[in-house]
Design a protein around this ligand. Structure first.
Ligand code: CMX
Length: 137
């Protein structure tokens, strides 16, 4: 089953422009900034106590975050569940009729293994499954 909510992904035009709002206005701590080439994004992780916020900035116009902002504007983009045994979870969900966006987990931010569930089979929410590897701890 799902363990917890690991992070909430928030699509933004620019991490640089957005960061002061999170770090200065809200007083939260920036944990790390990294590029996730496979997803065509640059991400900033922010410590929000029991979960993290992940600011997502597109690095290519044909990537999922660029497309999202173009259609819907900036805002909440996905919710990531922490799981163990991501392959088993993916198989279980598939058997329950959930549409996965890939057959194999991909390498996500922090070295985690990630997989996405299509918002159309999750009642309008893009969910991510996220398994931390030792590299991602
Ligand atoms: N949340 C909720 N609904 C979403 C959505 C999102 N983030 N993104 C798209 N949708 C909806 C759209 O509104 C659209 O609905 P309608 O048909 O009712 O208008 C439908 O899904 C199809 O959207 P689309 O704009 O045509 O976009 P695509 O089908 O080309 O892509 C998706 C949508 C989810 C398949 C694609 O964004 C994807 O593969 N995402 C997974 C990877 C990803 O998002 N990576 C970035 C994060 C990386 C990270 O965290 O490291």
């Amino acid at each position: 089953n799902v363990k917890n909510v690991d992070h909430i992904g928030i699509a933004v035009h620019s991490i640089e422009k957005t960061l002061p709002y999170y770090t200065e206005t809200l007083g939260l701590k920036l944990l790390a900034i990294e590029e996730v080439a496979s997803q065509k994004v640059r991400v900033a992780f922010i410590d929000a106590g029991n979960i993290k916020l992940e600011l997502l900035e597109a690095t290519a116009e044909d990537g999922p975050v660029a497309k999202f902002i173009e259609k819907r504007g900036e805002g909440v983009h996905h919710i990531a569940f922490g799981v163990e045994n991501i392959r088993t979870r993916m198989q279980d969900l598939k058997e329950n009729g959930v549409r996965l966006l890939q057959d194999e987990p991909k390498r996500g931010a922090g070295g985690a293994e990630v997989a996405f569930l299509h918002p159309k089979s999750s009642y309008g929410v893009l969910y991510e499954l996220c398994e931390k590897t030792t590299m991602g701890e």
